[in-house]
Design a protein around this ligand. Structure first.
Ligand SMILES: NC(=O)c1ccc[n+]([C@@H]2O[C@H](COP(=O)([O-])OP(=O)(O)OC[C@H]3O[C@@H](n4cnc5c(N)ncnc54)[C@H](OP(=O)(O)O)[C@@H]3O)[C@@H](O)[C@H]2O)c1
Length: 319
């Protein structure tokens, strides 16, 4: 029996998929919004049993359709986010500020609970366009709808991420790896399943009007993360601190590619620790502790990137 209807923007992404699976297990019906049903339909359709999932193709600019979709649900979750800008439409401002502004006004008007996912520890990163746009999005959501809950995760990992999987691909290819800011920046990596559990708890316990920092069970530096990933794929790699001017030049070069490894804006963001703030409320405080540790979890899928694995360059060696 369906108990609640939940609309998810950005449902085809990493957190979205874990969220769908967690919510439908509890008899919630999910309405997953995507920009392109032909590209993302196959990913989305396999996340839930028949009857528990509807897929909607809609542009985030189509206010009338978004209005209709929000009118028919109990909860709306916003998971849309980008790491770099593309052209004039996919800008940080449009995605991280304007869109949350728009949906929080509609949710308030329709009296539909809103969970908005932003990011952790952005306040110091004033020199990053990504961080500024996310902060402004949070401000708009708070101004428009005081019942909204804002979730601020540190870096998120899983078999479906663009973090551990990408780094393992690079580590399997190259004998040396650059450490930005000496690899000293601190993170508290949280597994996508723990973020989905938090979102499920916010809905089921009807937690409203809170800012929740989503943190993992441990703090790791960038260097420790890279060391763990190298260990997971059984490669000894030379980790070399990269001078900032070289890092800047390489990120300007990477920015020329359609799916850049690192942009100048991401390099700026990497300078700031992404850990719990001094007075922040976390998932642990609301009775939803993260359970999954980085190394233990990555070991469950890292074999794909180790020698002989399906994503390793030496996969055919034994054939
Ligand atoms: N991953 C992390 O480490 C991390 C850390 C902190 C905060 N966050 C935040 O958490 C949220 C979810 O993260 P995630 O890792 O699940 O993201 P993700 O895997 O990149 O997925 C985001 C989804 O947003 C949609 N999207 C992307 N660009 C869009 C655009 N221009 N217009 C409309 N929709 C667009 C895409 O859906 P369709 O292609 O189906 O339209 C995509 O599946 C984001 O707000 C992100 O900033 C993530």
């Amino acid at each position: 029996m369906i108990t609640k209807k939940v609309l998810i923007f950005g449902a085809s992404g990493q957190i979205g998929r874990y969220c769908i699976r967690r919510l439908v297990r509890n008899n919630y019906k999910v309405i997953a919004v995507t920009r392109n049903i032909h590209q993302k339909g196959y990913i989305l359709k396999t996340q839930a049993p028949i009857g528990y999932l509807d897929i909607e193709q809609t542009s985030i600019l189509d206010e009338e359709r978004i209005n209709q979709l929000i009118s028919n649900v109990d909860v709306c979750i916003n998971l849309i986010g980008i790491l770099f800008e593309k052209g004039k439409t996919d800008t940080f401002y449009k995605i991280h500020t304007e869109f949350p502004d728009r949906i929080s006004k509609i949710c308030k008007q329709k009296n539909v609970d809103l969970i908005h996912v932003s990011a952790l520890a952005l306040d110091n990163a004033k020199d990053s366009k990504y961080a500024k746009s996310k902060i402004n999005g949070e401000i708009k959501v708070r101004e428009n709808f005081d019942r909204a809950t804002i979730i601020k995760p540190s870096i998120i990992f899983s078999v479906d991420d663009k973090l551990s999987t990408r780094f393992m691909s690079l580590l399997s290819l190259f004998p040396i790896f650059p450490l930005y800011y000496n690899g000293a920046t601190k993170f508290t990596p949280i597994h996508a399943a723990d973020v989905a559990e938090l979102i499920f708890n916010v809905i089921s316990k009807e937690i409203i009007s809170k800012d929740i920092e989503a943190i993992g069970p441990e703090i790791l530096t960038f260097k420790e993360i890279i060391q763990i990933l190298s260990k997971c794929i059984k490669k000894k790699r030379l980790l070399i601190p990269m001078p900032l001017f070289l890092a800047k030049i390489s990120s300007i070069f990477f920015q020329l590619f359609p799916n850049p490894l690192l942009t100048l804006d991401q390099l700026r963001l990497l300078k700031y620790d992404s850990i719990q703030s001094e007075n922040g409320i976390t998932n642990f405080d609301i009775g939803c502790p993260s359970k999954l540790y980085f190394e233990e979890s990555v070991l469950k899928y890292s074999f794909n990137y180790a020698e002989g694995g399906q994503f390793s360059i030496k996969k055919n060696e034994k054939e």
